[in-house]
Every structure is written in structure tokens, then in C-alpha cells.
Ligand binder design. Structure first.
Ligand code: ZN
Length: 421
């Protein structure tokens, strides 16, 4: 049997068309990682985009990107035919066309392109629209199918889990329950009961990570005969912030945990090494593993919550800095390089603190900065993040901010105001 030449040619051209779609390439900015680059293009929410990005660029799990180097995004570039998105991309699917249009228009608003797709005659087709099941054209939400209903989503999650198998297994326990009784043992006997004051943070998720812990005390300051360990003070403020969030109906995960510490109303917090992470595992000695352990947990929880349709998720890392003894510093913040959402979140917190100082201590002034920074917890976590430095643990005057339990509560309260905004 011979196949007519015309049909053969048509089949060949069609195949050619599909195979030769180009990917959008972009330059990595300083400090870019896989997540921050994909986040900038609104692609990080879909597991299949992350897998495809790694595949087309030949990257492994935790690759840093090289500043200035070009990478291919999982976004196909089409020449817009001037007629319709459906004819341009060769598929007569209305919802799909709307989703593609929305993405292209969003790119324009986000200034990721200079003109509209009609003006530039360039149409971008993000990979997830055809390849991540569960994608809904409504921004990113609502009708994402539950786990188990959806093969591709499960596969993506399994792949993600496989990639981690060479490190620690990631337990993903039940979410913090928000139904009565609102009792959380982690806050300790005096604070375990958490009344619900209002629902201002309903639908929002926070991953609260206090810096260091376990074998790593972080920075160590001295006062009187006492050692001030960064991890203990960061933990106490983080715990108070977590409780504040729960009081306003938000969901908060304490990622680093100390089951027998609770919120402590003492000046000198005894340094210990028995912290664990969400899920119960202890903290590895190796620093890189310790950091990946917590970012992996956050990413696993992020996926689980995202599958349930919750998009508003934030990582908050709490630290105490260490500088020269003579240097006073105000609470300051970092956000992931290139992450506009993280920047806005950090600026809100900064503004809340500034406003509080102006009210409580007029004339004091507040110099806390907000700046981008390439840090593991900002680069390797999928949700946007803010990284807070509370004080200089070596400075006698700054120490007051963290050793006085009332001040630690105040810090947590002011941080909360930055989230309520
Ligand atoms: Zn630290």
C-alpha cells in the first residue's frame, strides 16, 4: 500500500510544527534558583512545570542557576497568526484558549513582555496548560481535583517524593485542625488554649520556621553569665507568631519544633538540642541536609495544600543576627531575589513595625531594611517567603528586644500586624 504523497507531507509538516515549538528563554538574575525563576513567571505552582524546566535545561534537584546564563522556561513560543489563539496553537478548545489568553495578558501586566500578543504577534503557551492535569483557567484555584482523582498530579507528587528518597523520608502529617477545642500542646501549658478572635487570616497558610535548632544553636550572644542562643529566641518569637496567626483563623505550621519548650516567659532561655521538625524527625548534623529537610517539608505541605485549592501560602523564617558588639540594628527583612510577591509581603511587615514604633515610641525612628537575598530557605521553598532578623544578638541594647518576654510577644504582635494588612 502506498500512502499518497500529500498526506505524508501534511503529516510530516504537522509533526514538524509540533516538534519545533521553541521555548521562551530568560536570563537568570543574581541569586536565582529554579523556584524563584519559575515563581517570577507564575509557573512554580505546577509540579509538571518544575519537572519540565529541569528536563529541558538538564538540571538536577537543587541546582542553583548561574547569574546571566539563559535558561529555557517551560513556555512554548508561537507566532500569533493574527486570527485566534485556537488557530495559532492548532486546537479548537475554548477554555484552553481563554487560559492561554489570560496568561499572556498577565505577562503584560507583570511587565514580562512589552506588548500584547496581538501587537507582538507572539503567543506564549505555558506547559502546565496542556500537561498539568487539574489546571483551571481561573487564575490558579478552586476546582483543582482532590488527590487520588487525578493520575498526573499523583505521578508528579510521586516523582517529587522519589527525588527526595536519597535524603530523608518526608512525613506529611495531618494539617493543624482548626475545630474546637483549639488546644495546641506545642505552645506549652499556659498558652495551649488558643481562642479564635476573628477570621481575618482564614484561607491563608503560613510555614513558620525558626532558624537553626538541634545540633546548631545559631549565633550565640552573652549577657551576664548566660549564653543567648539564637535558635531559642527565634523559636520563642516564632511560636508566639504562630499562635497569633491561629487566633485570627489562619493556618500556621511550626516547622521546627520543641515539644517540651512551649512559649516561655523567661529572660534566659535554656539552650537545648532536642528540636525536631514537623513530622517528628530529628535534625541532621549536616547543615545542608538540615536546610533541605525543612524546605522539603514545606514544599510537600505546599503541594498538599495547593491540591486542596489553597493558593495564599507564605514561608516565614525567623532569625537573630550576629554582628559587631557595638552595632545596633532594627528588625530587618529579606525576600527571595526576583520575587515581587515576597517583596510586598516583607514591605508590609516593615511598614507595620515602623507604624508601631511611631505610635509607641515617637521620635525613636526605625531603620529596618527590606532587601533581596539569596538564602537557602528563600530560594528552595516554593511559597513566597520573608526572612526576618530580629536583632543583633551581640549588642547589649538589642538583646533587650529578645530577652524580655514582653518584647518577644510585642515582636510577634507587630509581625502579625504586617500579615493582617
Ligand atoms: Zn540565623
Amino acid at each position: 500500500m502506498t500512502i499518497p504523497f500529500r498526506i505524508l507531507m501534511a503529516a510530516f509538516l504537522l509533526a514538524g510544527n509540533l516538534l519545533h515549538a521553541e521555548y521562551l528563554t530568560v536570563r537568570a538574575q543574581r541569586g536565582d534558583g529554579i523556584y524563584s525563576m519559575l515563581r517570577r513567571y507564575h509557573l512554580v505552582e505546577y509540579g509538571c512545570n518544575i519537572d519540565e524546566f529541569k528536563r529541558i535545561n538538564g538540571l538536577s534537584h537543587s541546582s542553583n542557576l548561574f547569574e546571566g546564563r539563559r535558561y529555557q522556561l517551560p513556555v512554548e513560543v508561537y507566532h500569533y497568526d493574527g486570527k485566534s489563539i485556537r488557530t495559532t496553537t492548532g486546537r479548537d478548545d475554548w477554555d484552553r484558549a481563554i487560559a492561554i489568553r489570560d496568561y499572556n495578558e498577565w505577562m503584560l501586566t507583570a511587565r514580562l513582555r512589552e506588548g500584547s500578543y496581538q501587537e507582538e504577534e507572539i503567543l506564549y503557551l505555558p506547559y502546565h496548560i496542556d500537561h498539568c492535569s487539574g489546571f483551571s483557567s481561573e487564575e490558579v484555584v478552586a476546582e483543582i481535583p482532590a488527590l487520588g482523582e487525578n493520575e498526573a498530579v499523583n505521578e508528579a507528587i510521586d516523582r517529587l517524593k522519589d527525588e527526595r528518597a536519597d535524603r530523608d523520608p518526608i512525613p506529611v502529617p495531618e494539617q493543624v485542625t482548626l475545630v474546637a477545642p483549639r488546644t495546641f500542646a506545642i505552645f506549652g501549658d499556659d498558652y495551649a488554649e488558643v481562642p479564635l478572635l476573628d477570621n481575618k487570616l482564614a484561607g491563608k497558610i503560613y510555614y513558620i520556621v525558626s532558624g537553626h535548632g538541634g545540633p546548631d544553636p545559631g549565633a550565640v550572644g552573652r549577657r551576664g553569665g548566660y549564653q543567648l542562643a539564637e535558635d531559642e529566641y527565634a523559636y520563642d518569637v516564632a511560636l508566639r507568631l504562630c499562635r497569633n496567626i491561629l487566633q485570627h483563623g489562619g493556618t500556621a505550621y511550626m516547622i521546627v519544633r520543641d515539644e517540651n519548650d512551649g512559649i516561655r516567659d523567661q529572660q534566659f532561655l535554656r539552650p537545648d538540642k532536642d528540636e525536631t521538625v514537623w513530622g517528628g524527625a530529628s535534625l541532621p548534623r549536616n547543615q545542608k541536609m538540615r536546610l533541605f529537610q525543612r524546605s522539603d517539608i514545606i514544599n510537600a505541605l505546599y503541594r498538599e495544600n495547593f491540591e486542596k485549592g489553597i493558593v495564599d501560602q507564605t514561608m516565614i523564617a525567623v532569625h537573630v543576627d550576629s554582628r559587631h558588639r557595638g552595632q545596633r540594628i532594627d528588625v530587618f527583612l529579606y525576600y527571595p531575589e526576583g520575587d515581587i510577591v515576597g517583596k510586598v509581603k516583607a514591605e508590609r511587615i516593615q511598614k507595620a513595625i515602623k507604624t508601631q514604633y511611631e505610635t509607641v515610641r515617637p521620635g525613636r525612628g526605625y531603620e529596618g531594611s527590606v532587601s533581596p537575598r539569596d538564602l537557602h530557605m528563600l530560594r528552595e521553598t516554593i511559597p513566597s517567603g520573608v526572612y526576618i532578623e530580629l536583632a543583633n544578638i551581640a549588642n547589649t541594647s538589642d538583646q533587650q528586644r529578645i530577652i524580655n518576654p514582653r518584647n518577644r510577644q510585642l515582636l510577634a504582635d507587630w509581625l502579625l500586624l504586617g500579615l493582617l494588612d
